[in-house]
Ligand binder design. Structure first.
Ligand SMILES: *Cc1c(COP(=O)(O)O)cnc(C)c1O
Length: 354
């Protein structure tokens, strides 16, 4: 029996991946040169479909990196001289903050307890802030910040905004006119193997990185925005990239366009509602995030009264794989991913086992 992975990443493969993988083998995608015309065509195809799917404007560049943790580091290296502001509400947003410290910046954090959202309407942004770092969907706790709140932090100021959409893409609908740096990894909502991250960046952010570079204020290494930009112009990357993944991502974006992104988003909301309704009415197990406004639609966290081990083991015998809670919540919670690869039927099946 094949398992169904309701895990938050790596997760269930998008249904068409196996087919594309076979074609990739047949077309010898894994052996072609990353400086070849064939690769440039793949690169172009993937960029084009990604742009259409997520409505990324022409003003924004698309870079390919190895992971989203790498994206966080590159963003801070390339866009921050000293001062960045981090909204921390779990492990991934804390990592972003931590990277700024490692890189010897002066990060400031605004922190709320696990399971709670930010009141972004009342935020006072320090004057010297160069970059604001936000995590749209904090996978460790299942808290999601609604985009209309995220957009508030713009405040017509000069700071750049970086938004982690790793576990909410392609569901989340980003307003690229307000957000300068957006990134995600493909092993979550896109249902692909791990090992590729996409960083979408505005010309404002490029300009900022050039300013820093010219003033000698950033000490970035080889893999910097400038080298990536130079190669992007000719549909290449500075290093030998994960060609197979770039290929598969383009194909899956194409397939998602065929389904329709509006439909994918709507189905995500329907499945999320089914899950939350079920646990809101469960006698023992309850959604960890109490305020419905801040409940993630894509990575759902359930409080299971320290029974996570037992539940996970039992579901496993039925071929259903879910995550435990993250870090301190390992025993007390389970996490269920709700990605485009998961069907309503599979969700209902999963729920019938609680
Ligand atoms: C998984 C995840 C990351 C890290 O992605 P990698 O591809 O493992 O680097 C970052 N942020 C969030 C919110 C995540 O869920």
């Amino acid at each position: 029996m094949k398992n169904i992975y309701f895990t938050c990443g790596p997760s269930q493969l998008y249904p068409t991946v196996a087919k594309h993988f076979e074609t990739a083998l047949y077309e010898e995608i894994m052996s072609i040169s990353h400086r070849s015309k064939k690769f440039q065509e793949i690169y172009y195809f993937t960029q084009k479909n990604l742009r259409t799917l997520l409505k990324i404007p022409k003003s924004h560049h698309i870079f390919f990196l190895c992971s989203s943790l790498e994206a966080m580091e590159r963003i801070i290296q390339n866009c921050v001289f000293k001062n960045c502001l981090h909204f921390v509400n779990g492990s991934f947003s804390r990592k972003f903050y931590h990277f700024a410290k490692i890189l010897k910046k002066r990060p400031v954090k605004i922190e709320v307890p696990a399971g709670v959202g930010f009141d972004l309407e009342k935020i006072n942004i320090p004057k010297n802030t160069e970059l604001i770092c936000l995590t749209h969907n904090e996978t460790s706790t299942g808290v999601s910040t609604p985009l209309q709140y995220v957009n508030l932090v713009k405040q017509n100021k000069k700071h750049l905004i970086a938004l982690d959409i790793v576990s909410s893409a392609p569901y989340v609908k980003v307003d690229f006119s307000l957000i300068d740096l957006v990134f995600f990894s493909v092993q979550k909502g896109f249902g692909l193997p791990a090992g590729l991250s996409v960083l979408i960046i505005s010309s404002r952010a490029i300009a900022r990185s050039e300013q820093l570079r010219k003033k000698g204020r950033s000490s970035v290494g080889h893999h910097n925005f400038f080298s990536m930009l130079e190669k992007e112009k000719i549909c290449q990357t500075p290093e030998t990239p994960n060609v197979l993944e770039i290929y598969l991502l383009g194909k899956v974006c194409r397939d998602m366009l065929d389904v329709g992104i509006a439909k994918i988003r709507q189905e995500t909301e329907i499945k999320a509602k089914v899950i939350y309704d079920y646990f809101d009415n469960h006698p023992k197990y309850k959604p960890f995030v109490k305020d419905p406004i801040f409940r993630s639609k894509t990575t759902i966290t359930i409080d299971v009264q320290d029974k996570s081990d037992k539940i996970i083991d039992r579901l496993k015998t039925k071929g259903m794989i879910v995550n435990s809670g993250y870090g301190d919540f390992k025993k007390s919670q389970i996490r269920i991913a709700n990605f485009p690869a998961h069907t309503l039927n599979q969700m209902q099946n999963l729920l019938s086992n609680f």
